[in-house]
Write a protein of this length. Structure first.
Lengths: 134, 91
């Protein structure tokens, strides 16, 4: 299992994402799985580093990654404002392009491309867990 | 009407989306149709999709066309999930 901790996190999304992708659990995945995991981690890390904490708070993010033969589990924890991303309304993907709004697809993509996703708020932490079959 | 192409590197994500968006808008601002050549691009995130849709809308608002070229299976997969595949003309 890999465990990563970053604090502060402001402006460090690229570095954090790179460290996640370099863990043995993710770097050993197939190219196809690796791309999907990269997308999911990018969406979540961008959300946390951009929006989880008020301006004047030196926030943190913890990431735990576990892998078995056929499944990878990645858990993201932050101490920011309680926020359940799974409660966001889904975009209507049947709309004509001229009616689609710009943005709002990040978490939707994660939900669609992962095999399981859970959110809890415990010990004053947002805990978002994503799982993917390999 | 002239058409100009901008060729992407390997990705369109949170870290290069602003620069790519500016390049496409610069083509449209000249009154040219724009082609985004994605032949080398294997990775797109939601911020990349945002660039594609915004470019399409900006082109349409100017009476111009925005085309995609060389979309990889990996990118197509992400576009499929979000209903984006029917949005674009392909060069």
């Amino acid at each position: 299992m890999s465990e990563l901790h970053f604090q502060p996190i402001k402006g460090r999304a690229r570095e954090i994402l790179k460290a996640i992708l370099q863990t043995p659990e993710i770097s050993s995945c197939s190219l196809k799985d690796g791309l999907v995991l990269r997308m999911a981690c990018e969406e979540i890390v961008m959300n946390v580093t951009s929006y989880a904490y008020p301006e004047d708070v030196e926030g943190y993010i913890d990431i735990e990654i576990e892998k078995s033969d056929h499944r990878i589990v990645i858990r993201f924890k932050d101490g920011g404002v309680p926020f359940n991303p799974l409660e966001r309304p889904e975009p209507d993907i049947k709309l004509h392009w001229s009616k689609r709004r710009i943005g709002g697809l990040g978490i939707f993509l994660v939900i669609k491309k992962m095999d399981a996703i859970h959110y809890t708020y415990v010990d004053q932490k947002n805990v978002l867990t994503i799982e993917k079959n390999l | 009407m002239d058409t100009e192409t901008y060729k992407l590197d390997e990705e369109l994500d949170s870290f290069n989306n602003k620069q790519v968006q500016e390049e496409i808008l610069a083509i449209l601002d000249k009154g040219c149709n724009a082609v985004l050549d994605m032949t080398d691009c294997k990775y797109i995130s939601s911020t990349g999709l945002r660039v594609l849709l915004y470019s399409k809308k900006m082109a349409a608002s100017k009476g111009l066309k925005f085309y995609l070229k060389g979309v990889s299976d990996e990118v197509k997969d992400i576009m499929d999930v979000t209903g984006f595949n029917d949005f674009f003309d392909y060069a």
